[in-house]
Write a protein that binds this ligand. Structure first.
Ligand code: SF4
Length: 431
């Protein structure tokens, strides 16, 4: 019997796909192992969102080969799919599968074990007619919150992003399959599901349905108490969608609404298809429709051509919105993208300086947001017991610590009175 180990880089979608591969391997008689040096098969599920991700992929591949010279390495994920022409140099990998071919993992392994010849399968995405990859999961190592990938691909082509090349065009998990998967997770004891995708807001555009339909289907499953949305693009969040979402009491009022820049010049150069004012309108709509909502986001600074004034405008916008949490990152050039060929690239030190300034501003807002939660009694889903405290999240994703060692509360939802705010969490008492 052969054993395997999966190493995952990147986003929640990749984590979901790794879990689906893990379940397929277990079903086929492979044994899961944490012993990296002796695993018969190591699967490396790569991310390629930045050049730093590629460097991490390469480092990991070299380390696995060095530590486990006789094991089979399967390389998959976004890197081989986005850069198939470069895979010839990856002779240390035995099997290379593009994103489309992951469901072929088991037959590919069998083929490799029978002839020991390197196998590379990276078919290109068609521009239309792609079907949603037939992967499903029934559980995760963590037993409270489960991720479900309901959408893959992106049609937007933001100028800095390689993802449409790695993931193809939008395609969606059919509603009945989504519902069955949520039901299976509820039966396995999960209380919360997070719907994730590459461009989640575009869910269903290929199937004639919408994100609101997906949320309604997930919320209708008995046994699931909370449904959360992964990262959203500010598209299709119109009045009708938001009011349908707001009618679902199980939907958590936390929205990670990708901003990238609060300056229209930069948004245009990024090919983002919305203005800062339109973004602010969506935030307003969400805040009006959901009680005690939290809006979180990603902001990129130092994009090619971003002037000091553009940066200041983005900074001011971020302050004005008052996000509950922001992931700030400096732009990094990505070969294969339109922005890589643009003029006006900003020196690294300046990009870092802007990231530092933006980071400080949004941290300040984070603390202000946490302070607004003090005095409220919120439902907390406890996830784990750490040294001396229980840790969980409110519906709007405020992290909460309750000083208690009652492990029986893990995976339970309890009302908690929030009594103080620290830098990155609130302290609470069981109500
Ligand atoms: S919306 Fe833009 S940033 Fe997001 S995956 Fe699509 S192209 Fe990339």
């Amino acid at each position: 019997m052969k054993n395997f180990n999966i190493l995952t880089l990147g986003c929640k979608v990749n984590q979901y796909e790794s879990q689906a591969m893990r379940e397929a391997l277990l079903k086929s008689g492979y044994l899961a192992s944490d012993d990296r040096e002796h695993a018969d098969v190591t699967i490396i599920n790569t991310c390629t969102v930045t050049s730093v991700s590629d460097a991490k992929n390469r480092k990991l591949i070299n380390r696995v080969r060095r530590e486990n010279p006789d094991g089979v390495i399967v390389l998959t994920g976004c890197m081989p799919q986005a850069f198939p022409e470069e895979m010839a140099e990856f002779t240390m990998c035995d099997i290379i599968l593009g994103n489309k071919e992951r469901a072929r993992l088991i037959p590919a392994l069998e083929e490799y074990f029978s002839n020991k010849e390197q196998l590379v399968e990276i078919p290109a995405y068609e521009n239309r007619g792609e079907v949603f990859e037939p992967l499903t999961v029934s559980g995760f190592d963590e037993h409270t919150r489960a991720f479900i990938k309901i959408e893959d691909g992106c049609n937007r082509f933001c100028s800095y992003c390689i993802i449409p090349y790695a993931r193809g065009r939008v395609r969606s998990k059919p509603l009945d399959e989504l519902e069955n998967e949520v039901r299976r997770l509820a039966e396995s004891g999960y209380r919360e599901v997070v719907l994730v995708g590459i461009n989640l807001s575009a869910y269903g555009q290929d199937e004639g349905v919408s994100l609101a339909d997906a949320v309604e289907a997930a919320c209708a499953v008995d046994g699931i108490d909370r449904v959360r949305l992964g990262s959203l693009e500010p598209e299709r969040m119109d009045e009708e969608t938001v009011s349908r979402l707001a009618a679902q009491p199980k939907l958590c009022p936390q929205f990670h609404l990708s901003l990238q820049s609060g300056c229209d010049n930069t948004l245009r150069a990024m090919n983002r298809h919305y203005t800062a004012a339109e973004y602010a309108e969506i935030v307003e709509r969400l805040r009006r429709s959901f009680d005690n909502s939290a809006i979180t986001t990603d902001i990129m600074v130092g994009f090619a051509g971003e002037s000091e004034a553009d940066f200041e405008e983005s900074l001011e916008f971020a302050r004005r919105i008052g996000f509950a949490k922001v992931h700030v990152f400096p732009y990094s050039r990505r070969r294969g993208t339109a922005a890589d060929k643009a003029t006006g690239h900003i020196p690294a030190a300046e990009r870092e300086r802007r990231a530092r300034i933006m980071g400080e501003a949004v941290e300040q807002k984070r603390v202000e947001f946490l302070r607004t939660q003090v005095g409220l009694t919120e439902k907390v889903l406890f996830e784990r017991l750490r040294r001396g405290y229980l840790e969980g999240y409110t519906e709007n994703y405020t992290p909460v610590r309750v000083y208690s060692d009652n492990v029986a509360l893990c995976n339970q939802i309890r009302p908690v009175r929030l009594v103080s705010a620290e830098q990155d969490y609130c302290v609470g008492e069981l109500a």
